[in-house]
Design a protein around this ligand. Sequence first.
Ligand code: CAA
Length: 287
Amino acid sequence: MREFSRIGVVGCGLMGSGIAEVCVRAGLDVKVAERGEEALAAGRSRIVASLDRGLRSGKLSEPERQAALDSLAFTVDLDELADRDLVIEAVAELPDVKTTVFKELDRVLAGSDAVIASNTSSIPIIDLAAVTGRPQQVVGVHFFNPVPVQRLVEIIPTQLTSDAVTEQVTAFAANIRGKTVVLARDRAGFVVNALLIPYLVSAVRMLESGVASAEDIDNGMVLGCAHPMGPLRLLDLIGLDTAQSIAESMYEEYKEPLYAPPPLLRRMVAAGALGRKSGRGFYAYGD
Ligand code: CAA
């Protein structure tokens, strides 16, 4: 079976940086593309900080940290991904942004049999495949945040993805240390977000309707159900803008009120309260 060794990652935000990190730590050669120098520098710092954290906690040695950094390249030019055999897109969770990247990647990778994967949480993979000339080589590969910690990867073939590509990306994800794969059909939310998003937006509605404070809602689920964090703190981790986009895609797909982003979520996003990454969400985060 074909094994991927040259990985491209497009987008180096929370998810892209985590995906690049776990790939280099799995011994793969990784090139990360960002749209500007500033975003690229921020992404690179995020990866270095996470590798340093791994070093401090004894999860990787100094030679392993150095080897990871040596296998990592960065570019602001998407054309430099032309030599990759698997490219994972991890840009903003917005259909227009993703389809633009897919069209560009299809052009950059013309003439090669490279696979293009999306880390989307909820946008139909077939919509991304349809803008390329290689729909049989397009597949969903969905990681979870924080990528170095969460063990799951969802693999989502479309009606057009070839069986060989599904097998190849499944083997790729399963070979990343500590990761376990689940296979899902190409339906918005796949397995995890289809269950998680209604829960998270319900917590926002509960806060909005004054049933309990943010702390008490979160404590309820942490102490009552042994979740590692409560729903509002988890929304701050995911990013409220990302969560809103996911909820919108799912509402668009199913037209069921349980997926609809509540007014409070929309107002917070409009106010720039995006969670940890902006320093303020349901909670405040200092430096
Ligand atoms: N990078 C690398 N390692 C990290 C990390 C990061 N960003 N964050 C935490 N860790 C590691 C720490 O090094 C630590 O490891 P050790 O115990 O070996 O030292 C371990 O994870 C625990 O970290 P902390 O003690 O700092 O913090 P914690 O115990 O409160 O755990 C958490 C933090 C891992 C985020 C935990 O609270 C958790 O798992 N929360 C739930 C997260 C979750 O549900 N994620 C899924 C979001 S949904 C999604 O991603 C899909 C989508 O499409 C939206």
